[in-house]
Design a protein around this ligand. Structure first.
Ligand SMILES: O=C(O)CCC(=O)C(=O)O
Ligand SMILES: [Fe+2]
Length: 255
């Protein structure tokens, strides 16, 4: 594409992505076919650790399909504390995507409180975003901001999918800004006294919250279609409090 007589790859990519989104096509898959790039976020689990620009992250568990990777040492204790302190002042009851207009609504299935930190809003967020981009080999520009959640005793998030469903009223328009949610990081920001694991009921798997650790899962299969085995939830907190940060990775640019 020409702009001021020069070829602009960014502008060309944006135009292609906008066209594919309008046609309802999976962006990352089509782009992967065209450029040889990856179709979904990918974590290299061939070694026991991953080097990021500023931190060695450890791999604690890896499952191929659905793709799930449990990670340790993703954040320092201090980074966790900063994110919790920063977000606590602006917590509001969590909502789920569910309105007929694609809006967010209150729902019994999700009883946490939450707040958003936009990409790069604070230095710690920017640092973490660069780290997660290195871990998942997925550009920062294809990620949403951070969603911080606080679960007090008894609070939970019942099993659900993170991907958007075109067939649901109101959800189709969520694809307009960045396409499908192809990957999820749930980052644990504190140690929970009891309860509060992230469970995958179709797999019989429960990930225990561990401060600074995380679970990553790919919401789509290698073919780019939603993976029903990623059904997951936040188990009720039995004692103590639980803080997590969610980071959702999109198939296209999230701007
Ligand atoms: O709190 C958890 O362990 C999971 C949270 C989650 O799945 C979500 O917020 O979408
Ligand atoms: Fe989720």
């Amino acid at each position: 594409m020409m702009r001021d007589g020069q070829f602009s790859r960014t502008v060309a990519c944006e135009a292609i992505e906008a066209g594919l989104a309008a046609a309802g096509r999976p962006l990352a898959i089509a782009e992967a076919a065209r450029t040889g790039a990856m179709a979904r976020p990918q974590i290299d689990t061939s070694k026991n650790t991953i080097s990021t620009p500023d931190r060695e992250v450890s791999i604690l568990l890896a499952i191929d399909a659905p793709r799930i990777v449990v990670l340790g040492n993703v954040l320092s204790d201090e980074e966790c504390d900063i994110l919790v302190a920063y977000s606590e002042s602006k917590m509001a009851p969590s909502r789920v995507v569910g309105g007929t207009e694609g809006d967010n609504v209150l729902h019994d299935a999700r009883t946490s409180s939450g707040s958003f930190i936009a990409r790069g809003e604070i230095e710690v967020a920017a640092r973490l975003e660069a780290r997660l981009a290195a871990i998942a080999q997925w550009p920062v520009e294809r990620g949403e901001g951070l969603q911080i959640l606080r679960y007090t005793k008894g609070a939970e998030y019942k099993p659900h999918f993170d991907w958007f469903d075109r067939a649901q009223p109101g959800q189709a328009r969520l694809f307009d800004r960045g396409g499908q949610r192809v990957g999820t990081f749930v980052l644990y920001l504190n140690d929970v006294e009891s309860g509060g694991g992230t469970n995958f009921p179709k797999l019989g798997l429960e990930v225990s919250p561990k401060k600074g650790g995380a679970v990553f899962f790919s919401n789509v299969t290698a073919d780019g279609v939603p993976d029903p085995f990623t059904l997951h939830g936040g188990m009720p907190v039995l004692s103590g409090v639980k803080f997590v940060a969610n980071k959702w990775l999109r198939e296209g640019l999230f701007v």
